[in-house]
Design a protein. Structure first.
Length: 161
């Protein structure tokens, strides 16, 4: 499933996060800087990114999350999110953490400035997944009063259907 997710998700991440192919020095430099920016403070998890914390808006509301869920679990009536809807309503927090981890893996492929295939293995990305899961649980704990994570997961499922 990890490999399938990354394979389906890679072109979406590349386009959405504005990576450019080519070996021109300016392009390579731009891609490396883009990776640093996206990973700094987990900017890639925000709907609106910013250089400062007060500029970032919509934590865990990036359109990439919905696109990843759609392409992996809700593309057609035979996909797992539709067939096994009782497991996806609301969208599982563990699946959300997996999507964030896949986004990060796709970003990591651009770290040198040109895309280099990086295997999306448990060995290499388990700790990244666990950090995302922990972050989601902390977010849930701190926003429990408003039920934000529950609302985000419900919306991912509803929009995926």
């Amino acid at each position: 499933m990890r490999g399938e997710l990354k394979a389906k998700f890679r072109p979406i991440v590349e386009l959405a996060l504005d990576f450019s192919s080519g070996h021109n020095k300016a392009i390579v430099k731009k891609n490396r800087e883009r990776v640093e920016y996206l990973k700094e403070g987990q900017n890639f998890t925000f709907k609106t990114m910013g250089d400062r914390e007060d500029e970032r808006k919509g934590l865990f509301k990036t359109a990439l999350i919905q696109k990843g869920a759609d392409v992996m679990w809700f593309t057609n009536k035979n996909d797992e999110g539709v067939v096994y809807h009782h497991h996806f309503k609301p969208f599982p927090v563990s699946a959300l953490a997996l999507l964030l981890t896949a986004i990060e893996c796709c970003i990591d492929e651009w770290a040198t400035g040109t895309r280099t295939d990086i295997p999306f293995t448990t060995q290499d990305y388990r700790s990244v997944y666990e950090v995302h899961l922990k972050c989601l649980r902390e977010f849930e704990k701190h926003t429990r009063e408003h039920g934000l994570l529950k609302k985000i997961c419900k919306k991912i499922y509803t929009n995926g259907r």
